[in-house]
Design a protein around this ligand. Sequence first.
Ligand SMILES: Cc1ncc(COP(=O)(O)O)c(C=O)c1O
Length: 399
Amino acid sequence: MTGIVRGAPVPFDAPVYVTRPLLPPLDAVTARLAEVWSTQQLTNIGAQHDRLEAALRAHLAVPNLSLFTNGTLALFTAIRALALSGEVVTTPFTFPATPHALSWSGITPVFCDIDPVSLNLDPAAVARAITPRTTGILAVHVYGTPCDVEALQQLATLHGLRLIYDAAHAFGARVDGRPIGTFGDATMFSFHATKLFHTAEGGALACGDAALKRTIDDLRNFGIHGPDAVDAIGLNGKMTELQAALGLCVLAQLEGELATRRRLLARYRERLGSLDGVTWLPGPTGADASCQYAVIRVDATRFGCSRDVLHRELQAYNVFTRKYFHPLCVDYACYRDLPSAARSNLPVASRAVQEVLCVPLYGGLSEGDVGRICDMILVIRERAAHDRVAGAGLASRGE
Ligand SMILES: Cc1ncc(COP(=O)(O)O)c(C=O)c1O
């Protein structure tokens, strides 16, 4: 305990962040690095790379996979490989990399509203956003909750559009048992250190078409097709041997990490599942869930104080939640003047972004830690209720 804050003991000596990377045993990493040293090949698609690519292809149950140095470059490459141009319909409720990958490629992102339950692209809104300039849809499986893949595919087929999924949060997720990387034309994964499976920095593209995989592999390597041929304007997106070696070690620990995260998620739901003013996102459960985030929505009126106040108050108890994905992409200076950025176009996203809060979730937490985080949420809620009666304090702060 590190003292008393506003009448309640602070339960954590050190900050508890929203996530912490899965760190495999250092001797396992060292052994893999020794293999890399023995080959003297640090990058350019070496043995560790090929081993990880094959292992992940099997793990994700996708026909083709290409590893990248990060997820953002994988997205850039998907956009180029599928020859998107003009306008692409996407969500405002995501990480900056999603719309930036379009803009950086000279494409106008057209933002449309999200579904109030899944917080993923609303297919009806997508349909309304399609114009003669639209060449594709870039959808995000936000927090690992799968999009309405059937409806989006129907729209893409009907209008002759390419469909790319940003599955940065959806490693290992499934839709009724079908692997998440098997939908659309291509699916991007991020292996950033904040992700369940990671390579410190890293990413991948999955696709069903073997010819598309060959194009992606060339684009990932400057467009080099063979010793004497550069066939396209590519970039350098190759995953190094060091990243791949780390990834193989992380993959070996994944089942244990997932089992712990499942237990922690169950504990959160048990403690906060029926709390008035707190809603859990309904994503898939059991083997179909990515377990990437633990996300609640805070209804300020019913909970007693706003999401922002809860976020700030938890920090006083050493609990550092994140307001992912606040602000909406349409609030960035680079997008706010787009016609599709008008708030009237995005009522559902505009509300969700005020309510979502990611609470800590990683294998290094114990069930006791989750219990203590829930205790602090209840303490803050009770204090807000008390203040409301007294007409002062947390509840009356206009945040
Ligand atoms: C939804 C989403 N898309 C794309 C990215 C970018 O991935 P990376 O950090 O691997 O470039 C992230 C990163 O966290 C993300 O959350």
